[in-house]
Design a protein around this ligand. Sequence first.
Ligand code: CA
Length: 236
Amino acid sequence: MPTVKREKLLVIEDEADILEVIEYNLAREGYRVIACREGDEGLRRARRDNPDLVLLDLMLPGTDGVEVCRQLKQDPVTRAVPVIILTAKSEESDVVLGLGVGADDYMTKPFSPRELIARVQAVLRRGPLKVERGAGDRVVRDGLVVDMARHEVLAGGKPIVFTPTEIRLLHFLASHPGRVFDRAHLLSRVIGEDAIVTDRNIDVHVRSIRQKLGEKRELIETVRGVGYRFRDAQST
Ligand code: CA
């Protein structure tokens, strides 16, 4: 008998064999699983059953995964529930769409049971996205200190001079290790919706941050075709 975990996971996937494999492996780990085969039912169950995490296939008949994700993230009842989107390799642009409407992570099919469990655990451990910018926030991670209140960044104890935008960007990424953000999301977070900027702008800031970080530069990882993430040392 598996140890019973308290987390309840909602899986929305229309392909019966994939759904069965996911359900089996999650249940074996002790998670409670709610399985749905289509988007509208998934939305209803998400609102009614208060899951801790949603695994969401993007290619669904009827209401597709991107729309389901968008609605989950707009509804105050379900907004804080993390969503992992599931895609085929050929659907890379859908990953960007999914992350753009607030998905927390993604997995590319086919994935191994081990990969599935590791990802689910990592996302549950991170918890919901921090909505507050938290001006007094101080993040300490991998020898890096990002202190918003003091407008200070220390790498290995040594102070580095950053611009306000660079500090906000670094602070936001470091506050959510392991989580991938697309450029549009980063722009809205660190520069603000009112500024006239382009996706390339984020690349310029990231390049400058990496240069200043020196040997800590690899903490900011590029996720090809998607965006950037702060390295999560605890993740597998
Ligand atoms: Ca599908």
